[in-house]
Design a protein around this ligand. Sequence first.
Ligand SMILES: Cc1cc2nc3c(=O)[nH]c(=O)nc-3n(C[C@H](O)[C@H](O)[C@H](O)COP(=O)(O)OP(=O)(O)OC[C@H]3O[C@@H](n4cnc5c(N)ncnc54)[C@H](O)[C@@H]3O)c2cc1C
Length: 294
Amino acid sequence: MEFLQPSTLDEALAAKAAHPDAVPIAGGTDVMVEINFDKHRPAALLDLNRVSELAEWTPENGDIRLGSCVSYTRVIDELGGRLPGLAMAARTVGSPQIRNRGTVGGNLGAASPAGDSHPALLAADAVVEAASVRGRRKIPVDEFFTGVKRHALAADELITAILVAPPSGPQQFCKIGTRNAMVIAVSAFGLALKVDRRSVGTGIGSAAPTPRRAREAEEFLAAELEERGLWDSRAALPDGLAAEFGQRVRAAAAPIDDVRGSAAYRLHSLAVMARRALTWAWADYQNDDRTGSN
Ligand SMILES: Cc1cc2nc3c(=O)[nH]c(=O)nc-3n(C[C@H](O)[C@H](O)[C@H](O)COP(=O)(O)OP(=O)(O)OC[C@H]3O[C@@H](n4cnc5c(N)ncnc54)[C@H](O)[C@@H]3O)c2cc1C
């Protein structure tokens, strides 16, 4: 197996252009499992760990530009306040060792329907930056996932960064697994209340062929909050609204039965998680005077 080890982004992009079959490796927590179990033996590995630009995060035009090789541990420790939904998701990934090595870019590259960062990125309207020797382009995260473990990258492209706007309102992330740690989600849900735009963002994980948004549920909730004047009053949610939101999130899912859970359980759990996420997010909104002004 050839091992390519560029030390700059230009070198990495040139290597990917010259070896489109080379498998990029960031933390290796997906790639090395596949190799160790002999599921996949690539002709070449493209190690991204020496490319410093990919391991940095910076503020950029009001967004956070998260380099694709920034680990979950750093997201939690350094960006917990700025990207709370993503940090909540990151806290549920694997174990400390996996969070030290695993990256958001690697989660996107694997494009598993169960990737934990995906619901949070979908809810927050994140944008994936892809680059090749041909140039850079931006892919809205809800257009990034094209099928089960498939994504929109061309063979010569790498994920360079994920662009995420700091929240203008509360965010929540919920995950159900068979235990509290070291589990791939049975189902997961991300929620963002976008107070500045008076809109709602959602992300469904592990309950459809790809991570996806529950758009009708988003529109329903945003319209209810608007018509009832709740964005301004921050009054209690009317009875039944959170449950109705949960049912609409459930309706957007298309799960299967598999070893981790049945389709019926995934649907039920999504309705519960969406209801709870909204209840918690609304309580945060009611209790936090700063929300909406940042
Ligand atoms: C014990 C264990 C527990 C785990 N628990 C969880 C969990 O709870 N939740 C969860 O979501 N995942 C979990 N995972 C899976 C894995 O840790 C995550 O998917 C992680 O985000 C992968 O990141 P990485 O940097 O290690 O990716 P890598 O293994 O390096 O790469 C993953 C994929 O992305 C591609 N890739 C990497 N970087 C780039 C790039 N810059 N551009 C293009 N393609 C790229 C690789 O080629 C590969 O296809 C677990 C894995 C293990 C082994």
